[in-house]
Design a protein. Structure first.
Length: 73
């Protein structure tokens, strides 16, 4: 083998392994981004549920289904 063949073989091996590492890195970054996005969506949904629960609680107090209620609207 000539020096050129040895260098090209070494270079193709290094570049091939770099591509595998890059592929694995890209997959892990995608999974992390998806997990972060899901966590943010869950946080927004929980905040909305808490807001609606508080609003319903306030409206139930104002509705006051008893006939002698003083807080009725």
């Amino acid at each position: 083998m000539s020096i050129l063949e040895i260098v090209l073989t070494f270079l193709s091996g290094v570049l091939g392994s770099a591509n595998v590492v890059l592929f694995i890195t890209i997959r892990s970054v995608k999974k992390k981004a998806l997990a972060d996005a899901t966590a943010e969506m869950d946080k927004v949904l929980i905040n909305r549920i808490n807001f609606l629960d508080q609003r319903i609680t306030e409206l139930e107090k104002k509705a006051c289904f008893r006939t002698d209620c003083e807080m009725r609207m």
